[in-house]
Structures are given as C-alpha cells and as structure tokens.
Design a binder for this molecule. Sequence first.
Ligand code: DP6
Length: 352
Amino acid sequence: MENTTETTNQIKVKWRCPSNIAVVKYWGKKPIQIPCNSSISLTLNNSYTEVKAQLHEKTTLEPVELNYYFEGELNEKFGKRVADYLADNIEHFPFLRIAAVTIHSTNSFPHSAGIASSASAFGAIALAMLDIAYQLAEKELDDNFYNEASRLARLGSGSACRSVYPSFAVWGENDKIEGSSDDYAIEITNIHPIFKNMRDAILIIEDEPKKVSSTIGHSLMNDHPFADQRFDQANERTAKMVKILEEGDIDSFIQICESDALTLHAMMMTSSDYYLLVKPGTITAIEKIMQWRLEHMVPVCFTLDAGPNVHVLYPDKYRETVEDFINTELKDTYKKVIFDHEGEGPQKLNID
Ligand code: DP6
C-alpha cells in the first residue's frame, strides 16, 4: 500500500481487549511507567473494552487530533488522557502527524464495577493504534506485534500491558523469571490443568467511583515506610507464583493470592496519607469465603483490586458448587455479581 494521506485516511480497525486481575499486585511505580516490583495476573474473558479507531483528515493544528467517544458520547476527560498518551508516544504512531483519529470505545462491564477499565481500555487502544502503524508499514501481526503492543499499553496504564496476553502474564523484571521485563509483560505458558480456565466471580460490593485513584495510590509508595520490604516480597511472590502455576499447587496459590490482596490494602492503610477502600461488605464476603473453604474443603479464594469489590477465584472443576455458594450464602454481601473466567487474550474484530 502506498503511504499517502489518502490511503492513511481510509484506515479503520477494531480491537477487543480483556481486563485482567492481578494475583500478585503492581503497586508503586517509577518514571516512565516502570513498576517497582513484578506482578502476575489472570486475563479475563467477559470483561473487555472494544475500541474502533478510524483515521480521517486533520482539521486543526493540534499535534494530535483525537475525538474520543465512550459508550457513544464524547468523553473529554479520558479523551485528554488518551490524546496526551498518543502525543507522548507519537514516534510509534507517526501517521498522527498527518491524520486525525476518532476512537469509539465501549466496555462490556458497568462503569466503576471494580474491573480495571484502564487496563482493557489502554490494551485495546494500543492494539488498535499499533495495528494501524503495522498496516501502513505493511507488516504482519506476528508475536512481535503483541510484545510491542504490551510495551505501548504499559505507557498508557501499567496493568494494561498484561492484558494483551491470554491466561497468566508477568510484568516486571524478576531475576528468577526468564524473559521478564519492566518494559512489557510476557505470557506464562506452562500452566497445570487445575489452573486452566480459572474462574473469577466479581462481587460488586459498591459501585461508586473510588475516592482515591490508583495514580495517587502508586505515588504514596514513593515514601512509604514499608516500600522496600513490599517490593522484595512481591518479587519473591511473583517468582513463586510462576512455579505454583506450573506445579498445580492450589493451596499455595490461595495463600499468596489472598495475602497479596490484603498486603495491597495494608499499604494503603499505612501510607503517610492513609486511606481505606474496603467496606463492611468486603470484609463479610472475605470472612465467608475463608470459612466456607474450611468447611467444604473446596479451593476457592479471594483477591481485591484497589477498591472494595471482591474477586472470587476458583478452578473450573469446582464451578458448580462455588457458584451455588456465591448465589446463596454470599448473596447479601454484594449488589451484583459478574461471572468471568480466564480468557484467550485480545481479538481483532471485523469492522461493522
Ligand atoms: C491494584 O495499572 O491502574 O490493580 O499504571 O497508574 O494506570 P496506572 O495504574 P494501574 O494500577 C493497577 C493496580 C492494581 C494492581 C495490579 O493490577 O497489578
């Protein structure tokens, strides 16, 4: 394809990128979007963002001309964050020097559902914009494409870099994990059958926007009294988790996963500007999950994001019994539940 303004203006692409849930958390970062510790997450399936990106003629002299629509409406706030991201990384998207872009973004899950929307959104944006760059350079979407997309997604939102891979992904340099990097995530492929198609039921305890953003939360790790211990612990746990996933050691999985969720919130509670994101319903749900596990000897555990909602993780083979427990005994703790599971990663979609 000849790379003229005319052909550039005809390009449109559509990508779906899932969200992910970390089992060892990224919390604390350095410029530019470099994590203070390695982390590992499970890519989801039903919770995703779809992004349609279309190039057209520029009408202003702005370095990046972007119209950003979320759920059909112009969204200036997130649009500004995306425009800044594209401008900061324009060397990867050189076509934006001669063309404007309109992005339509939709989520499969409700806003403020405690699902990391910046992870799926920046995953999808990075994939779509890089796909355009590849088309203009007449390059194939090979493995290197996903590696580059992961790096670019990270520059938008750290956790997004893990969403461009299926199953489990590690982000952050870790001397015990071959190929790991601070710049992009890598897929963990050696997974024991017990962890295949892992389930995640997301209990929406509160659906109001978070009172402290993750950006502020990360920055509070800069002078946190326990920062160094936490970063060492997370690196150790991430390396252990890779072995656990390989060996099928579900008890150790549960222990690390739950402890890491509580450690994340302990960091918030012990920072100089301390704060609390868990709600009474969060604690009730956690206690019920731990008690039910003991009574029924079923490997189910919880994790938390930077918010009050509880992610219930369990192997596919225990799906029926755990979902029955969620629908009955846990019912009073949540407003809504979203049943999700391990996904196969992002998908390029046909343009409608
Ligand atoms: C608690 O990726 O949202 O979900 O890089 O500033 O966009 P930014 O932060 P973000 O932080 C996610 C933190 C977390 C843990 C995790 O996903 O590892």
